[in-house]
Design a protein around this ligand. Sequence first.
Ligand SMILES: Cc1cc2nc3c(=O)[nH]c(=O)nc-3n(C[C@H](O)[C@H](O)[C@H](O)COP(=O)(O)OP(=O)(O)OC[C@H]3O[C@@H](n4cnc5c(N)ncnc54)[C@H](O)[C@@H]3O)c2cc1C
Length: 389
Amino acid sequence: MAKFVIAGGGIGGLATALSIARHGHQVEVLERKESFAELGAGIQIAPNGFHALDRLGIGAPVKSGAVHVDALRLLDARSAQSLAVLPLGPAYRRRFGNPYAVVHRGDLYAPLLRACRGHAGITLRAGVEVCGYENTPSGVRVLLSTAPPIEADGLIGADGLRSLVREHVVGDGAPRVSGHTIHRAVVPMEQVPRALRWNSVTLWAGPRWHFVHYPIAGGSKLNLAITRDDGSRVAVSGVPTERDHVLSGFPDMHATARRLLELGQDWRTWVLCDRPPVDAWTDGRVVLMGDAAHPMLQYAAQGACMALEDAVTLGDLLDCPSHQIADRFARFNAARRERTAHAQNVALWMGDTLYHASGAEADERNSLLSGLSTEDIMDAVSPFHGSRA
Ligand SMILES: Cc1cc2nc3c(=O)[nH]c(=O)nc-3n(C[C@H](O)[C@H](O)[C@H](O)COP(=O)(O)OP(=O)(O)OC[C@H]3O[C@@H](n4cnc5c(N)ncnc54)[C@H](O)[C@@H]3O)c2cc1C
């Protein structure tokens, strides 16, 4: 059996640890933060993400902690005209074999962490930062900032958007700052007027901005996220933001959306980043996965789903002896490159064209979307939602 080191204990790193350990390998997950935890609010999981979680043996607990929304809805943010609705009921579930649901990030992360902690083949080490690696004749030496190196058969860089491992494998510098600023807040559901407690993922598309909200935490909270294409050039992450600043940025919003936006109190702000797709994620016995390999904007709600798919595919391919690891990493790269690059590109397109259209382009979008049937919309989401890793 081989020994793998995973740099990064996010959703992707833990899912990969589980997936690899199932084949009897030893896995050490190194997380530079002082504890294993996932911050942030809600996350949408499409059926392809649930298929991967089922394969990892934790689909059931994640689904039981999720809110099973009735529909994905797209509205014009100024007129409240309904542009498109995708019902997520029995017909959707029959077609895609799993629900579309929203979870609090902690409700996805906790079952992953529990499963890793309960697996004899997995060691979790927090407060340990990977600072480099060297391929050796028989394996890889993983270099740590404040501890002796670790000899392993393979290193997996699951260290996210600003991956240190990627710096060595790809060397493409800092991520691309999108110029899109997102403000996020979570509101207790009892503060939401009953008439606005919609059990859906609702997206209001405005000129160069959009507003998304959906219930999380068993329906006890409402997740709010509002994004503006404001050309910001400095990447910020989770900065506390004045409520008045958020409210004053969207003067032309429909009254219903505004009522919901006004419920937010403790806002935090991010300036979103991604990277353009690249072809190669491997360097001998080192491979990238998840956001380290293919970070994308969140508009297709597929970043974590792709990381979960990666984890399953990588685990399946690593059912092999140590001397085949470099080859299996290359096969993983080839198997996942096209699909994840497509997700990166679709996410960009959704932000710029679908959600942020203005003027004549918005009118064109509205008339095009209004002519789509439910079947048409299901067909459109099928390449992502309908796939099994
Ligand atoms: C606003 C927003 C909304 C989103 N919504 C959705 C959604 O609805 N659905 C969806 O599927 N996806 C969504 N995503 C994307 C999703 O959050 C990410 O794709 C996913 O979390 C990536 O997981 P990861 O494990 O690859 O990386 P990360 O979560 O970034 O984990 C990387 C880990 O590595 C650690 N680390 C970094 N460097 C080192 C080092 N040198 N040594 C050791 N450890 C290190 C970090 O501390 C971190 O814990 C969203 C993203 C954003 C920003």
